[in-house]
Design a protein around this ligand. Structure first.
Ligand code: C2O
Ligand code: CU
Ligand code: CU
Length: 527
């Protein structure tokens, strides 16, 4: 393989040298004059929580031996409850940000990287200038002040960079963190919390012989497939083991991988009890043999270990599956399809172990899963939505790129059929046609900024119905979603409501290599 195509994580070698000379974050933060924030803090905005967050190079002990150079977020609470930021020990992941619905949050972000970046709050409904659009990119040494009210329901959200062309490498280098919202309705359920809450961010990586991250997609055909690692990390640690007790746990899962899809199951056959999706709690829990989690998606799961014996263990595994990549074409198309998959040591659909829970202590817990978890607003019930004419978004391939409605990303570009009216309720149909001259098709996790939606229906091309079957029982279409996996040949209809904030927002594939190659578009909420 051409060296140019398989670089050790670019730039980190030189950056790491600078890390030692850097002033502490606190010192540095004090030196930044308010005038350097873009845009500057609004004096009329009175935050309940005021945070400083920075992106900077650093290093962590991920594997045994040499430390791994990474890019990470870290933060500091300026005002507000100190528990708003929770560091994950030993991890490159950013601090978990915990906020409550109704809180006014200010986040003073500083970019201490050698390249531009911007932070996006995935899943949160915030005004357009606060959403982390790549138009608002922050130059090295510069800052950006985010100010928004948390209006989302309680749920598991996350934050990550949104540099057009460089989101994949920046997330891969370590820039990501959880953003957990809680609210009063959720509090009445008394779900397991504190030590009984396990957060698990799933990411796959490649390390070189000196424990440094390797990121590289070579020929365009490889980028069409996305980047897949050959080692599995949970919260930035390789297949961690956790000591647990005989009680119920709440497990919050985030697929923070660039391109990998997971088919998650407990290895002892315990069904997966799902209580929440991207946009928070379901109305009623679901019991599934496994859970499908595509890049960008989250799931909230209850694992009741009260009947487990001391000394036993339960591992979270990704089961083998197929059908997310295919080549329907003849001759050259088939060859290219093989090439797209072939270079990877651990292809999408390979079995993996994520983490292991060791039952070590006897404890009794009173926890009973409530029959009703939440109530969805009546205006959001899918009934009747089938009368709305759908807005069609096709996924196709052309010129070695994945396209949305045959278009690629333009920073300011919005087509007439990408403009919606403020307050409108609409059905969008994502039609995964793929194919193109190479005959390639892939599953794409499609994500919308600025709102949650409901999945109305899935229609499958009978030609690929068999392939879809491999993941179908793990879809969580019952809940609120901001990211939905659209299988090859599938048409998925979702119900949206364009409330509250006008302006320019993004929709894109959350396969980060696809996003970086332009499988992203703006939509405008006009009002
Ligand atoms: Cu995680 Cu543009 O999103
Ligand atoms: Cu997003
Ligand atoms: Cu894609």
């Amino acid at each position: 393989m051409n060296r140019r195509h398989f670089l050790t994580w670019m730039g980190l070698g030189t950056l790491a040298g600078m890390a030692g000379e850097r002033a502490s974050f606190a010192e540095r933060y004090e030196r930044i004059s308010p005038g350097r924030f873009l845009p500057s803090a609004q004096s009329s905005f009175v935050p309940d929580v005021d945070l400083a967050l920075r992106a900077a190079p650093g290093d962590v002990q991920t594997l045994s031996g040499a430390r791994t150079r990474v890019w990470s977020y870290d933060g500091r609470v300026i005002t507000g409850p100190p528990e708003t930021l929770q560091r994950i020990p030993g991890s490159y992941l950013g601090p978990t940000i915990r906020v409550r619905t109704g809180q006014k949050v200010r986040i003073r972000f500083t970019n201490e990287l050698s390249e531009q970046t911007i932070v996006h709050w995935h899943g949160l409904h915030v005004p357009a200038p606060m959403d982390g659009h790549p138009r608002s990119m922050v130059a090295p040494g510069q800052s950006y002040v985010y100010e928004f009210e948390v209006i989302n329901r309680a749920g598991t959200y996350w934050y990550h960079p949104h540099h057009h062309n460089r989101t994949g490498p920046q997330v891969y280098a370590g820039l990501a963190g959880l953003l957990i919202v809680s609210d009063d309705t959720e509090a009445t359920l008394a779900l397991p919390s504190g030590k009984e809450e396990i957060c698990c961010v799933l990411q796959d990586r490649v390390f070189d012989a000196r424990n440094q991250l390797v990121y590289g997609v070579g020929v365009p055909m490889e980028q069409m497939g996305g980047f897949l690692g050959d080692r599995m990390l949970a919260n930035g640690l390789e297949q961690p083991s956790l000591a647990v007790a005989t009680r119920a746990y709440r497990v919050r899962l985030l697929n923070g991988s660039n391109s990998r899809i997971y088919k998650l199951a407990w290895d002892d056959g315990t069904p997966v009890t799902i209580i929440g999706t991207d946009g928070g709690l379901l109305e009623q829990s679901l019991r599934r043999p496994y859970l499908t989690l595509a890049p960008g998606e989250r799931a909230d799961v209850i694992l009741d270990l009260s009947q487990h014996r001391i000394g036993t263990s339960v591992a979270l595994r990704s089961l083998p599956f197929s059908g997310v990549e295919s080549s329907m074409g003849m001759g050259m198309g088939r060859g290219m399809g093989r090439m797209m998959r072939g270079a990877r040591a651990v292809p999408n659909g390979a079995p993996l172990t994520i983490m292991t829970l060791q039952v070590q202590r006897r404890e009794t817990s009173e926890f009973r899963l409530p029959a009703r978890l939440s109530t969805f607003d009546a205006s959001w019930q899918p009934a009747g939505a089938d009368r709305l004419p759908p807005r069609l978004i096709t996924v196709t391939a052309g010129g070695m790129r994945w396209l949305l409605n045959d278009r690629t990303f333009q920073m300011e570009g919005v087509a007439p059929n990408e403009t919606v009216s403020l307050g409108a309720k609409e059905v969008w149909e994502f039609a995964n046609r793929g194919a193109g001259m190479m005959g390639m098709r892939m599953a794409h996790p499609l994500h919308l900024h600025g709102r949650q939606f409901r999945v109305l229906s899935r229609h499958v091309d009978p030609q690929v119905a068999g392939e879809l079957a491999s993941l179908r029982d793990g879809f969580t279409d019952e809940g609120w979603k901001d990211t939905v996996l659209v299988m090859p040949g599938e048409r998925v209809r979702v119900l949206m409501h364009f409330t509250r904030y006008p302006g320019l927002f993004l929709y894109h594939c959350h396969n980060l290599e696809h996003e970086d190659m332009g499988m992203m578009r703006n939509y405008r909420v006009a009002g």
